[in-house]
Design a binder for this molecule. Sequence first.
Ligand code: SF4
Length: 475
Amino acid sequence: MAGVFPLVELTLVGFHPGKLVGDGAECSKKPKNDEQQSMRADVLNSDEENEEKSEFHKLANAKIFLSDCLACENCITSEEAVRVFQQNQKELFQVLNLNKKCDTSKHKVVAVSICPQSLPYFAAKFNICVTEAAKRLCGFLRSLGVHYVFDTTIAADFSILESQKEFVQRYRHQSQEEYALPMFASACPGWIQYAERVLSSLVTPYICTAKSPQQIMGSLVKGYFAKQQNLSPDKIFHVIVAPCYDKKLEALREDFYNPLYSSRDVDCVLTSGEIFQIMEQRKTSLKEVKEVAFDTLFGGIKEGELIRHDGRRSDGYLEHIFKHAAKELFDIDVKEITYRVLKNKDFQEVTLEKEGETVLRFAATYGFRNIQNMVLKLKKGKCVYHFVEVLACPGGCLNGKGQAQTEDGKPDRALLRQMEDVYAAVPVQLPENSEHVQKLYQEWLEGIDSTRVRETLHTKYSMEKPTANSFDIKW
Ligand code: SF4
């Protein structure tokens, strides 16, 4: 993997609809050989406890690459494939190099937003704590010519708060609205792409409409921040550093694009591994880089201590929505959440009892096999959950394919364990307690229940499958 801007073998871990569509899903792409065929047949039957070798990893090991999956005639257009591929280190350096030239009309402000699940990767790689990794990564990016480095936790705050609110509304209206429950989480682009492009109207009405943290960060940087800095959105080049490749495709969504300025809210997504490649190429160890605090969206103020959300392996949607709903709907304070492991450690449930009755039943469903089982249950009318946190990667976002694999493309379990340990040490903060979030609701969004909130923080899901050209890309 190391080298000067190599042609990356992109394996979208969360997005392999073309290979694993199960009962009820439609896809014209046929498995290539018997091994893959049998994997497909196993999907709904396997109940091995703690099965770590996920379907995604099996596919990765079986050398199923992005071109096999996304170039499937039904799932991605040729234009999207080109734009996914263009989002690489070269694109960032093109902008940084133009900024060094005399023609100022071509200069752009370069802002990089880092997902909290990417930071443990750098901490584990360089054997430092997450806070130090964040500061040194910020220093490294600044040394390349990046102007601002943000933490996307603030965007996840908004996404969680909006999801909580929507869940309570859906729960209250469940007897009047056919598609109110279960509510599926909307933060994972691998899951959303699969739901929209393969499962379509079978599940899209059940997906929470709150935008993902990446999409909200895009609105914050190209909307709020651009205005504060007196810049038009097209004068900012916004890069996201993320644990997976799926976010590259998410950046291309229609509601991420401002036609007035021909500007995308996120111009380029780079994985943690791609940033690491830049360090390798420059022979830079993060340990030797000067520490610089993250910027905030509020001009000169620097970000304080790093915080994370409640989830152990994700942004904590399940935990936050569960506690909020217990209080809001049943006036019960939940301090600790107890998970019950079901078929495997990536399929767990949490329940709330009141007067002998189960009033809330939530599930965390990670990895393709568990998602398939959940969808099958929904199709048969046997889904018993009120909320499901769906993540395409087994083990959650720390296990994103853009960071948790060895150089030869295998799952790096030792690195994953290290990442889990350092991530757990980051202090937790409730999104409700963020002063910056409250300030932005008032100043930028005109209140917490405004039309602006609905327009800026929520999205719609497509129910149409894209008409794509048949083409063959070699990554
Ligand atoms: S689970 Fe997280 S890392 Fe994996 S595809 Fe979804 S968002 Fe990306």
